[in-house]
Design a protein around this ligand. Structure first.
Ligand code: PMP
Length: 453
């Protein structure tokens, strides 16, 4: 266990963050520039990052288990990325012409990821998912998609459907409802989305077959983070694959987050062979990025040939050289040894947390794989979104867990995937285990409110 003697707990609100938030409230709706910013009760404003650590503007230091929503697989200020971006910046930040560096990043990704034969770069995971869906529509000539209830895929309307499903709205488990994400969402959007439940192979087979004539694609993240970061059953994966293939429907693997599960990505890890991929996060080395890739035959919809492509895809900053340079430096450093290191640390952490839970007899559970983990306020491990859904009591426990971690110098995302990064080592894992152990000791009464879960 790591010595904690010299550490005094961080306050929930530092005076400088409070002052910054006062200014921010005068210019941003609700004081933040994105809905995902955590606040307890206000956001912590960051000053800088160094390797596995963050330092806020009040001087508090944190082990970073968020990594900007799992993007920073090498932690902060990774020297090869700084070097590559600085060099590129000196030679120009963007051109109306292609650069050789985009070819190098494309070659690396196509060489590593099975079934990824052709690729196009964009600037976010949202854009990648959007173009993958448009490509599937253009290829099949069909409008609708199927997606997993509760899974997050960014801000394209069709993938927002049922992203925020609740027990009040999600409906019959045999026919999950397509639920609104925002008031005024067009009914035509809802009509073109079929909702599947994660790990319900039989339901997926039935619903895909029922809507086959109008489905362009089944969109799957092999381990949806907001859906619970739950392991896919082999039966679920093979059913999606086979049912889609039988009906001429494409499979889109959303690996924006889960590419970090291995050298070849998450689909390869779980036996999924997507026709199209959406990528993002780690492939940009910390700069904005997204990519659509897949089988040449399908990616041909982007091919202008001698005329107009079936599906035009442009973008002022698509394949911009800064993101390409940062991404190439980060991905080259992510060799098999780096993935082995992350896998070992992740196994060690998940096993350690499970042992601590068992020792305390606490009503908690840990899911995840490779460098990802999520703690659930449930005695039995959930298998799908509905089982992982947080009611008010569970929500209160998870918020207190993040608060306790924060006070003890660890940034732990609430109700989302937490992640490790390559600069972390066994001491960092021991620190997380130590703080978790103390949480179970010191908040036993709060955990008792979950009894019966
Ligand atoms: N798909 C998945 C699985 C994601 O996790 C995210 C982002 N968290 C996105 C798509 C959207 O990516 P971005 O935030 O870069 O638009």
């Amino acid at each position: 266990m790591v010595e904690q003697a010299a550490f005094s707990p961080h306050p929930p609100v530092g005076p400088r963050s409070a002052e910054a938030f006062g200014r921010a409230r005068r210019v941003f709706p609700d004081g933040t520039a994105r809905v995902t910013i955590e606040r307890d009760p206000i956001p912590r404003y960051m000053h800088h990052g160094e390797g596995a650590f963050l330092v806020d503007i009040d001087g508090c230091r944190f082990l970073d288990l968020n990594g900007n929503f799992t993007t920073l697989i090498h932690g902060h200020a990774f020297p090869p990325v700084i070097e590559a971006v600085t060099q590129q910046l000196r030679s120009g930040s963007c051109f109306a012409n292609p650069t050789e560096i985009e070819i190098a990043l494309a070659e690396l990704l196509c060489a590593r990821i099975p079934h990824l034969e052709r690729i196009r770069f964009v600037n976010s995971g949202t854009e990648a998912v959007m173009f993958a869906i448009k490509a599937a529509r253009a290829f099949t000539g069909r409008p609708a998609i199927a997606k997993i209830e509760g899974a997050y895929h960014g801000a394209y309307d069709w993938v927002e459907v049922s992203q925020a499903a609740t027990p009040q709205t999600w409906g019959d488990p045999e026919h999950p409802a397509a639920t609104l994400y925002y008031r005024g969402m067009p009914q035509t959007v809802l009509d073109d989305v079929v909702i599947l439940r994660f790990n319900d192979a039989e339901g997926a087979r039935r619903l895909i077959a029922e809507h086959a004539g109008r489905l362009a694609a089944v969109l799957v993240d092999p381990m949806p983070s907001r859906g619970g970061l739950l392991s896919p059953s082999p039966d679920f994966v093979s059913t999606i694959q086979e049912t889609a293939r039988r009906h001429g429907i494409l499979v889109i693997g959303d690996e924006v987050l889960n590419l970090r599960q291995g050298y070849e990505g998450a689909s390869a890890r779980y036996g999924l062979a997507p026709d199209l991929f959406a990528l993002g996060k780690i492939i940009g080395g910390g700069l904005p990025i997204g990519a659509i890739g897949g089988r040449s035959e399908v990616m041909a919809v982007f091919d202008a040939g001698s005329g107009r492509p079936v599906l035009p895809q442009g973008g002022t900053f698509s394949a911009n050289p800064l993101s390409m340079a940062a991404g190439l430096a980060a991905m080259e450093a992510l060799d098999r040894a780096a993935f082995d290191h992350l896998e070992r640390l992740g196994d060690r952490l998940r096993d350690g947390l499970k042992r601590i839970i068992a020792r305390h007899g606490a009503p908690l559970n840990v899911t995840g794989a490779a460098s990802l983990f999520r703690i659930h306020p449930r005695r039995r491990p959930p298998h799908e979104f509905r089982e992982a859904f947080l009611g008010p009591r569970e929500d209160a426990v998870m918020k207190e867990l993040s608060r306790f971690f924060s006070a003890n110098g660890i940034a732990l995302p609430n109700a989302a995937a937490a992640c490790l990064s390559t600069p972390m080592g066994d001491d960092d894992i021991a620190l997380v285990a130590n703080v978790f152990d103390r949480f179970l000791d010191e908040r036993a009464a709060l955990l008792d409110t979950l009894k019966g879960e």
